[in-house]
Design a protein around this ligand. Sequence first.
Ligand SMILES: *Cc1c(COP(=O)(O)O)cnc(C)c1O
Length: 351
Amino acid sequence: MSNWEENVRKVVPYVPGEQPKNNNVIKLNTNENPYPPSPLVAQAIKDYNAGLLRKYPDPASSALVDELAKTYSLKAENIFAGIGSDDVLSLAFLTFFNSGKPVIFPDITYSFYDVWADLYRIPYQTKALDKDFNIIKEDYLCDNGGVVIANPNAPTGVELPLEVIEEIVSYNKDRIVIVDEAYVDFGAHSVLPLIDKYDNLLVVQTFSKSRALAGIRIGMAFGQKKIIDYLKDVKFSFNSYTLNPLTIAVGAAALKDDAYFKDITAKTIATRERMKEELKRLGFSFADSKTNFVFATHEKLPADEIFKYLKEKNIYVRYWNKPRINNHLRISVGTDEEAKILIDALEELLG
Ligand SMILES: *Cc1c(COP(=O)(O)O)cnc(C)c1O
């Protein structure tokens, strides 16, 4: 008998939402954008010279970073690009959370945070949200090893006021505060302007949701030069060539189509607001969502029953059998047509 398993870094991996093989599914379970990416993306792929793949990519992803700088009125030195925000966030955990003190984040939030903490052996402590899924600010004004806040939060959809985040960032001057803004483009407020004022603030965003590019894998972090440089040092000690040249070209192309971005984002917001009305009418309640999903519970029927019923109808939503949220469903906002199919199915069950 050999004992090598004793020395394995054992982790319980993050479980993403199901990706069914079957195309007939109304897929409202992973917060993907229901619209295709900008037509400029298809054009960039068509125009791409495959011969360039012979060479290693630009390790700084400059074509993308420069376009991001233009889009967000920043300097390139304030931007870090990675393979989706999951890559950016995990590198940030590795780079900044080394004090030995517990990193703090809400008990109900993006379920990758505790996985990265476990993977990197970073101690952490969760802080319970109140019964309406709001952060209790005072919980974050304490001694700790760093703070991670998704704003708006997932899977709750709740947005925290900017003043509250600023107070948390300002109190925690001696450690890094990460604000994960994966959903900020769907009508929430970004803390991005605060990076000028606070050198401990790292703002993370993604192309996966609002820019309809979950498949291409682009995420970014914004911060002062010092914090971005530390992130780069770790990245370049790990894997220099993360974003491939086709991804870089696609990302830059997507950013050039601001009108399209605004259009699909506005459509999603409009569908969300209609969906909220319909869900309310059917007896659901939920915290006000500023995202592309609604986290809802029903007054009579248990969430797992509704989940199973919808799945049989080929409508996929997300359900977690976890304390405090096991009577909720996270329903992504699709197109108006998809929302209608969902509401009709729920009407049949509940009406
Ligand atoms: C979707 C999501 C991410 C990660 O998305 P990427 O596809 O890796 O960019 C990060 N944080 C939250 C809260 C998310 O919902």
